[in-house]
Design a binder for this molecule. Structure first.
Ligand SMILES: Cc1cc2nc3c(=O)[nH]c(=O)nc-3n(C[C@H](O)[C@H](O)[C@H](O)COP(=O)(O)OP(=O)(O)OC[C@H]3O[C@@H](n4cnc5c(N)ncnc54)[C@H](O)[C@@H]3O)c2cc1C
Length: 325
């Protein structure tokens, strides 16, 4: 049985989260058997043959002019058609904004089970078991599927892509009977927040600020450290609610779930709703003047002190390291 992977493209570029899903599919294929096949709804081929290096043996291209931007009904139909044709053991999606919207629609069409926001997949006793954080990250739930196909969305930045040098994927057309005019919802415009900035869910390094920053004008200190580290800026809900930072930067239960290599929390207390969005980060650094702040319970490194003294010193130190690199 094959493993089907939804290939997400935006503006003609395949997103990193799809390479991560292909990587996990490649690892699971050793236990589940069968080829790794991608399915990509798009207006034109975004360079799918290159996904051979990321683990895809074949990629089905569902080409339709209406698929240039995300079309919920059309994309769901394309992935469902691919699943009905291939009868895969497993269908993987990135738990991106698009994947989170799409996967339940496909699951409903197929009458299949879906485990969302998974951080691990394993084959135990011949069956697939997905692990996903629940109760705002306080517990880990293991989910098994009674029948195939099993559907899962994978938390971005948790699963490593593979690099199979020199391999090329066969790109095959997938016919999808879809009438865009009859679609009940249409994307009229995509407004990208902060042109040129790396999306938080794809960032390798994030520097986040909380209410301890005392006001929007002080976020320049955070921006300076972020620039020195090549990081994206995140925020707690408290500062987003106060209008200091845009919602696109909010990390947590009602914001984004991030898993960067390095997460620096500055003046953030570490409420459970914030922690649920960032505890799968590889390394967490907390800066807080309150030694009892809950953020220190999840931090790998903690600095107890006044952020207004620490941030400039840290930025200067990173600047010096950069100069010597
Ligand atoms: C349903 C629901 C959903 C929610 N979703 C989210 C979410 O998605 N994301 C989120 O972040 N929150 C969320 N919240 C809110 C959450 O409960 C907290 O209120 C919020 O995270 C607190 O933000 P904060 O840590 O910036 O502020 P505070 O809790 O006020 O913490 C500020 C911290 O700054 C420190 N500090 C102050 N001055 C300095 C200084 N000079 N130097 C160093 N440290 C200093 C303080 O010691 C303190 O620990 C949600 C709440 C609910 C009920």
């Amino acid at each position: 049985m094959s493993i089907l992977v939804f290939i997400e493209q935006r503006d003609g570029r395949v997103r990193a989260v799809s390479r991560e899903a292909l990587g996990e599919a490649t690892r699971l294929a050793a236990a589940l058997g069968g080829p790794v096949v991608g399915v990509c709804p798009a207006a034109t081929d975004p360079g799918l043959a290159a996904l051979g290096e990321a683990g895809a043996e074949r990629v089905l291209l569902a080409a339709h002019p209406a698929f240039a931007a995300y079309d919920a009904a059309g994309y769901a139909r394309a992935v469902a058609v691919a699943a009905e044709t291939l009868k895969p053991a497993l269908v993987l999606f990135g738990a991106s904004t698009m994947g989170r919207d799409l996967a339940p629609r496909v699951a409903a069409r197929l009458g299949a089970g879906l485990a969302s926001d998974c951080i691990a997949l394993a084959v135990e006793g011949g069956r697939l078991v997905a692990s996903r954080p629940v109760f705002a990250g306080k517990a880990l739930q293991k989910v098994a599927f009674p029948k195939a196909p099993a559907l899962a969305t994978l938390r971005p930045k948790v699963f490593a892509p593979v690099a199979l040098g020199g391999r090329s994927a066969a790109v095959e057309p997938l016919a999808v009977d879809f009438d865009a005019a009859a679609s009940r919802a249409k994307v009229l415009r995509v407004a990208a927040a902060g042109a040129g900035k790396v999306d938080l869910t794809e960032a390798e390094v994030i520097v986040s600020g909380g209410r301890g920053m005392k006001g929007p004008e002080h976020f320049q200190l955070l921006e300076d450290l972020a620039a020195a580290l090549g990081a994206s800026v995140g925020a707690s809900r408290a500062v987003v609610d106060a209008g200091w930072r845009p919602h696109s930067e909010q990390v947590g239960q009602t914001g984004k779930t991030v898993s960067p290599k390095l997460y620096v929390a500055v003046g953030i207390s570490g409420a459970i709703q914030h922690l649920t969005g960032m505890t799968s980060s590889r390394c967490i650094v907390a800066i807080n003047k309150d030694a009892e702040a809950p953020i220190f319970k999840v931090a790998d490194y903690g600095i107890v002190g006044d952020l207004f003294e620490i941030l400039p010193a840290l930025t200067e130190a990173v600047g010096k390291l950069n100069a010597h690199a």
